[in-house]
Design a protein around this ligand. Structure first.
Ligand SMILES: Cc1cc2nc3c(=O)[nH]c(=O)nc-3n(C[C@H](O)[C@H](O)[C@H](O)COP(=O)(O)OP(=O)(O)OC[C@H]3O[C@@H](n4cnc5c(N)ncnc54)[C@H](O)[C@@H]3O)c2cc1C
Length: 338
């Protein structure tokens, strides 16, 4: 793209559930489609769903105990992964917003005239309002010990980047993602060990917890509770995983899959001028940041506990209500509106 600078009323960074909901809410509030731009670093929208959700995964409306109470235009019941993607596909298409794929935003800041300036891999843009909806899974949480370079292609953070069948697989983690990976990997005829540092599986929802416990009872999965990995080393073409606790002997596996959650892109947000309280960005009730005109939406607002798709939709609706109130870019609900 040329270095031409383009002006918009609203720029949304990230085309996941939150970014898509933002575009829909903005259109509903009367922001013209040509005044909205979405910048997405992946080649398609909803990249996290495509990358991290196993193929057969049911998408639950109530996730991580977050109530499925929709407050905006978008809403989903329990769906399959494909139905969820189809729903989001239709939403982004119907919004009419311009989406620029393969455009990673790497810099953001305020200008003297109060507009926000965005630099992406494709160019420079300006907007009156910017919403950052980039989630937390772009940077999965890594273990504290180093992963030897020669093992890197045997160590994964998802179960879709490679087809894993009839292998010995160690899954590390104890939440919904880890337990969903286990169910998927067992279904794909793998021999699975789940290592979790807690004494019990208290974090997953009851369906995931009960499914994993049932697999263990059936002898189709080995559960190592109260286990902490000490490190990984090469063992021929396999990986030897060593544990801190003497009761857990080392095991050799073909693949190790970490499901430890994501991390807030703190440096990116701080470099945009957003103030933090400890590890969390300081936000208003409507997800406005300390930078005028700059909002967050979706998983970025959810804190350590993590978010859900409906929470992403709701944060977008709340942010958009505030944007309409404060920034004069909406026509519906204002005097002179159509
Ligand atoms: C395995 C797994 C299973 C889950 N199951 C469920 C479930 O059943 N039900 C449920 O409600 N929730 C579920 N979740 C949680 C749900 O997926 C998230 O809460 C939701 O996707 C958050 O949406 P978001 O738009 O905030 O962020 P994301 O979905 O993370 O989307 C962020 C988007 O921003 C893009 N992006 C990132 N950085 C940049 C950048 N610098 N420039 C431009 N674009 C960028 C990314 O490519 C991505 O498309 C699950 C999560 C995982 C990992």
């Amino acid at each position: 793209m040329s270095s031409e600078l383009r002006e918009f009323d609203l720029i949304i960074i990230g085309a996941g559930p939150a970014g898509i909901a933002l575009a829909v809410e903005a259109r509903t509030a009367g922001v013209p489609s040509e005044r909205i731009l979405i910048l997405e670093k992946a080649a398609e929208h909803s990249w996290i769903i495509r990358k991290y959700y196993p193929a057969s995964k049911p998408v639950l409306a109530t996730y991580k105990g977050i109530e499925a109470k929709c407050e905006g235009v978008l809403c989903i019941p329990d769906l399959t992964r494909e139905e969820t993607l189809t729903y989001l596909d239709r939403a982004i298409r119907d919004s009419g917003a311009q989406v620029r794929y393969r455009e990673e935003v790497f810099r953001l800041g305020g200008e003297a005239d109060g507009r926000l300036r965005i630099e992406s891999s494709g160019g420079v843009f300006r907007a009156r309002v910017v919403v950052i909806a980039i989630g937390i899974l772009g940077r999965p949480q890594k273990p504290s010990y180093p992963i030897p370079r020669e093992l890197q292609h045997r160590v994964l953070f998802d179960v879709t980047s490679e087809q894993i069948r009839e292998r010995d697989v160690l899954v590390v983690g104890g939440g919904d993602t880890a337990t969903e990976y286990c169910q998927f990997l067992v279904q794909e005829s793998n021999r699975v060990v789940l290592s979790y540092r807690g004494q019990e599986l208290t974090r997953p929802n009851p369906i995931n917890r009960d499914s994993v416990l049932a697999l263990e009872r059936q002898g189709r999965l080995v559960l190592r509770l109260s286990s902490n990995l000490a490190g990984l080393e090469a063992a021929g073409k396999r990986v030897r995983a060593r544990f801190q606790e003497p009761q857990w002997p080392a095991i050799e596996v073909d693949r190790v899959v970490y499901a430890l959650g994501g991390t807030t892109p703190e440096n990116f947000l701080k470099s945009a001028g957003i103030e933090f309280d400890g590890p969390t960005p300081r936000l208003t009730e409507s997800f406005g940041t300390s930078v005028p005109g700059l909002f967050l939406a979706g998983d970025l607002t959810a804190g350590k506990k993590g978010g859900s798709i409906i929470l992403a939709f709701n944060t977008a609706a709340a942010a958009m209500r505030q944007i309409c109130q404060d920034h004069g870019i909406c026509s519906i609900g204002r005097p002179g509106a159509p």
